[in-house]
Each structure stands twice: as C-alpha cells, then as structure tokens.
Design a protein around this ligand. Structure first.
Ligand code: AMP
Ligand code: GLY
Length: 431
C-alpha cells in the first residue's frame, strides 16, 4: 500500500516509524513532515489543509491510504473531501468525517453529545454575543474556579481557568466581544472546574466497533513540578500506575461504549482515533475533552508500546473487521521527554543548529522522535518549532525509562535547549 501521512510533529514521526515496519506499507509520503520523517519516507511540500494539492498527489502516486495526524484538516473536512470525490473515494482515510470531528472542533457540540448520551463530564452553559449579559450574571454566581472555553479550535490556547470572578468576566468579554480567537471564541462554554488527576485513553474506531490502543499521562506545564504556563506537552508516561483494570473498566462502560454507540446512533461517520482526555475524581472517570486524533507527545509512548501492525489495523477498520484485530501491548514502562526551544511556549528562535543528534533508534531501549526539525539549505539539522524533539525510552520502571531518555538528551545540544528532568516524578515510589 502507498500511504500519505499528514502532519509534521513528533506524533507523525512516531506514526511513520511504526507504519514502515508493516509489510503492508510500500511507499510512505509525509506532507509536510520533518527531518525525522524523511528517514522513513518521502517528505512532500504540501500543506495539511491543501486538499486540492493532496488530491493531485494521491492520484499521481497511487495512494491507497491517507493517515491524518493533526486535527485541523479533519475539522476542515478532509475526510469528506476524499469520500465525495470520484477519483479519491476508494482511498482509506484514517480520521473522522467533518461532522464527527466536531467532537474536537466544537466544545459546544461535544458537551451536547455527552449530555445526550449520559457521558460523565463537567456541568456547563454556553454563551454568545446574543446572551452575553445573561452570561455575565451566570459567571458572577458561579463557584470558583471557573473554566472558560472558546468553542472552536484555538491552537491549544482556548481554555482559561479563572480563580476570581473579575478575571472570568474579563476573559469572557475578551473572547466573545473582542474575538480573541476570532470565530472560535464567538461562542464560549463555561464549565464547572473538576479537581482530579488527568489521564488520556486512545481508541481506534470505525464508528461501530473499537479497539483500545493505549493510555498515557502527559505533563503539560513548562516547569518542573508542574509549574508555569501550559505547553503542547513536555513529556508522557505509559502505562500509568493509577490506571487499574477496574478504572479502565469504568472508562470503557461509562465513556468509550456510550461514545461509540452515540456516534453510531447519530450516524456520525467515524474512521479513526478518539483521544479521551479524562480526569479521575476519586475512582471515577469524567471527560474533559475529546480529540479526533492521537495526542502529541502521547503517541510517542503509546505507539512504541503497541505491538500490533498499525497499517493492518487501519485496513481492518476500513473493511469492518476491526473487532477481529488482536491488540498486543508491551507491559514494560515507557517515558518520553520533550526538548523545546528556549522561550517556548512564548516566542522562540528557529533555524538553530542541533548538534550530537543520534540516529532515530539509538539503541534497544531509546528512540529519538523529531518534532520541530528540518535540514537547512547547507544540509545541517536545525530547529524548526517550539517542541524540537522527544526521546522515548523503555525500562522496568517509569523512573528508569525517563532517566534513559535524559541520558540521550544530555548528548544532544542546541542553543536554548530545555527539557523537564522530572517526567514521571510522582511515580518514583510505585513504578
Ligand atoms: P482542553 O483544551 O479542553 O483539553 O483543556 C485544556 C486543559 O484545561 C485540560 O487538559 C485540563 O488540564 C484543563 N481543563 C479543561 N477543562 C477543565 C475542567 N472542567 N476542570 C478542570 N480542568 C479543566
Ligand atoms: N498533548 C495533548 C494533545 O495532543 O492535545
């Protein structure tokens, strides 16, 4: 099979690394890819939202499967674009339809969906310009903290947790009236704050059956000890010690099954990953968010743990035999540590030379995935983003896995390079 993968992050490097292991994969192309994906396939300079250019490329290169890494093309309707086109409709698309991608693309859509299907989540209300004054009253009587969410995609910045009412009013006005996130914040979801521990669970579904691919805990804050601003993710561990079989059973019964049944009941076409962002309160799971794709850096621990052929799994999802796939997961412990550019998640420099970079597969227990990297015109490896690379390692304990990743990172250098040295810190005793 010839495969086109959309995206350019660590997630896509991990997906590329995994897919080329499959004997079903003949040629792999990545649009636009990074310096790492170029080692497993051919990077092509087509944008993730340029569906017309993707169409031409797919026809010319006899593509059989399109794997969509990031959410944007899905929310913009890449699935529908392919399925509604006579020349493309037989290509397997890994990702949901535009309508179903609203599970991630619209907080309001996902909250209503959860309500309709009795899926545990935080209580909420939603407001626009039309009921702005009513919204202000609602905020003033709301218990603290208050969670405000821009309805649409806002590059991971659309959620603000306010610890006082004045701040909440200010953010509310900024989003709705001043259109802080453009159309994405013309509607705002105001949500009850849930206090607990976060964990993410990943499934692959054809909208009828599903397979659990894995779970992970990520570390979102820039600083050690979970301090400072939020980032796209500074590291991840999997498996997560507090995710017991009993807890996973609750996730399956209360969240996964009703979600997939809900998709089917509402005729929402879904052929891809669902990322359940969960919060564990006491021993009960609640949904914080749905994403219609894999996570980054979650993919970098979940996919190396997965021992099943991924391309075969995608094909099974497409032909209605997903239920027959056997999922094998390595029981050893995985940790990934992300190295970022100085200044991230604020402003940072690009095109900074990277030295000491080892091969992707460093040894039997560590893999280096590229994220924001590229080869410049002089042929040197340079930074090309906030999150530059991530090192995933496997060991008998989470602590040892994280230590191995740090050892590899100590050999790599670029000006301003920063990474957290405490990924998995809270599991030191139990892992
Ligand atoms: P989201 O973009 O919905 O994933 O939200 C980003 C982050 O905000 C989540 O990963 C949580 O850490 C936090 N968050 C979102 N909703 C809530 C909530 N209702 N209660 C507590 N924290 C939340
Ligand atoms: N690491 C969080 C995400 O991919 O959304």
């Amino acid at each position: 099979m010839n495969i086109l993968l959309l995206g350019s992050g660590g997630r896509e490097h991990a997906l590329a690394w995994k897919m080329v292991k499959s004997h079903h994969c003949d040629q792999l192309f990545i649009a636009p890819g990074n310096a790492g994906t170029a080692q497993f396939g051919t990077n092509i300079s087509i944008g993730i939202n340029d569906f017309e250019a993707q169409k031409k490329f797919c026809i010319k290169n006899k593509i059989h499967m399109l794997v969509v890494g990031p959410e944007e093309p899905l929310v913009n309707g890449v699935y529908d674009f392919f399925k509604n086109d006579e020349t493309l409709k037989n290509i397997i698309v890994v990702g949901p339809s535009k309508e179903a991608a609203q599970l991630e693309g619209s907080k309001s859509f996902s909250k209503k969906f959860m309500q309709r299907h009795n899926i545990p989540t935080a209580g909420y209300a939603e407001f626009t310009k039309e009921n702005f004054e009513e919204g202000k009253k609602y905020l003033l009587q709301h218990s603290l903290p208050i969670v405000l969410k821009a309805d649409g995609l806002a590059a991971g910045k659309g959620v603000v947790i306010c610890t006082d009412h004045n701040k909440a009013l200010q953010v509310f006005e900024e989003m709705i009236i001043n259109k802080q996130f453009g159309d994405a914040s013309s509607k705002v979801v105001v949500e009850e704050f849930l206090e607990g521990i976060e964990v993410s669970v990943f499934i692959l579904t054809d909208g009828k059956d599903y397979q659990i691919i894995g779970h992970a805990k990520d570390y979102k804050r820039i600083g050690e000890g979970d301090t400072g601003p939020n980032t796209g993710g500074m590291g991840c561990v999997s498996p997560v010690p507090f995710v017991s079989d009993i807890f996973m059973q609750k996730v399956e019964e209360r969240i996964i099954k009703p979600t997939v049944a809900g998709l089917q009941k509402e005729n929402l076409i879904y052929n891809g990953f669902i990322f359940f962002g969960l919060i564990k309160i006491n021993d009960d799971p609640f949904v914080i968010e749905y994403n219609c794709r894999m996570g980054d850096p979650e993919t970098e621990v979940v996919i190396p743990r997965l021992q099943t052929d991924m391309v075969a799994m995608f094909a099974a999802m497409d032909n209605g035999t997903l239920i027959d796939v056997n999922i094998y997961t390595d029981e050893k412990k995985y940790a990934t540590v992300v190295a970022v550019s100085g200044g991230y998640p604020g402003d940072y420099k690009k095109n900074v030379q990277i030295n000491g970079f080892p091969d992707v597969q460093v040894n039997n227990s560590s893999i280096v995935f590229h994220a924001g990297t590229k080869i410049n015109e002089e042929g040197n490896l340079v930074t090309n983003g906030g999150r530059v690379l991530t090192v995933t390692s496997v060991a008998e304990t989470i602590t040892d896995a994280a230590k191995k990743s740090i050892k590899i990172l100590e050999q790599i250098h670029f000006d301003g390079m920063y990474y957290r040295k405490d990924i998995g810190y809270e599991f030191e005793e139990e892992s």
